[in-house]
Design a binder for this molecule. Sequence first.
Ligand code: FAD
Length: 386
Amino acid sequence: MSIDYAGFRRELESFARSACPPEIRAVVAAGQKITKREYQAWQQILNAQGWGAPSWPREAGGTGWDIRQRLIFEEVMAENDCPPLYHHGLGHIGPVIIRFGTPDQKARFLPRILDGSDWWCQGYSEPGSGSDLASLSTSARLEGGAWVVNGQKIWTSHAHEASMIYMLVRTSKEAKKQEGISLLLVPMDTPGITVRPIKTIDGWHHLNEVFFDDVRVRADNLIGEVGKGWTCAKFLLERERLPPANVARLELMRRQVTQLVEEAAQAAAGQRDFGGLHHKLLLCEADVKGARVMMAQATDDLIHQRPLGVQPSAIKMTCADVAQRLTTIALDAVGPDAAHRFLADAGEDVPDATWIQNYMFTRARTIAGGTSEVQRNVVANELLGA
Ligand SMILES: Cc1cc2nc3c(=O)[nH]c(=O)nc-3n(C[C@H](O)[C@H](O)[C@H](O)COP(=O)(O)OP(=O)(O)OC[C@H]3O[C@@H](n4cnc5c(N)ncnc54)[C@H](O)[C@@H]3O)c2cc1C
């Protein structure tokens, strides 16, 4: 049966406009930081509609949509200022559990991701083990029928508000470093876990250090085979670098920054030349269109199970670069005075603070999820066989 994509788009559009609460759409439209409250409220609305997991197969509680429908979903939601889906559960660990989990693990964890009751964070990076992730040393040993975890994670986004962490732990030191790693799912309220905030320049609290002192985790919370967690980690990282929402959200940011520049130009009433900013905006628009083409190709390859090659890395680099350029244009539009006042402790009371925070926040886009330098290595290795 052929799918009526135009009709599907119209159905999504009317749902987005009627079902997403105006106060949530206002936060997204203003480019403000979306909090757990908005993410969860929207997830519950989507789930009640049966659209809680657009990228999961039907048997796992997903929509079973094809790739084109998934891309249309992301575009329509961004076009209508609806929040993106919270990626750690739906986009990262959910697909890993679907692929590598036992029936019991699927039954325990997937429904709680779908209805928004569990909020996940990712415990991969450690001090000294970021780009070289396989050198990680947080350990787990089996003792009295439970895994006992000791060590430290760092740069853990949302750990302070998460109920669950999926983490890479070393379960053997004897094998090659990638082979002694396992993937463990741990409730954040387990005794022995301490979360310490990391202050960042954008003024938002999103990063943390997480310490594990003799944390006991039930043995059947290990995903896949013991010592084979690297396979799950790679499966997950590939998806982390290729989220379907990325390009749609970049287009939303381009639209917001264009509006900001237009408003600033009107307010300046000819006293300031905005030609340079308009030119930079056009270059960003061209790059967003290019990213959209790359994304469509990559998702098509994914659905037909063709190897992805350099595409996740290339798309991640492009999106990070364009996001940084767009927020730099936004900063130019609101003016350096506002940034100066923001940094001099006036914080969020400064008008336009949102765009200053977005500018600061997007500096991390070329680091989080694997740095751009490392992505360039991946591309060079693949293309040149270096
Ligand atoms: C905002 C943000 C959110 C994050 N969220 C999470 C999270 O939720 N969970 C999590 O586990 N981690 C998270 N991270 C951590 C992130 O994955 C790491 O910061 C990243 O992988 C880089 O590791 P590192 O910081 O240890 O830097 P390093 O690996 O020490 O790199 C330092 C510098 O050396 C360069 N470099 C390293 N190796 C090479 C190489 N082979 N060739 C060329 N250059 C190289 C890097 O590009 C970088 O410039 C987050 C980071 C940020 C900034």
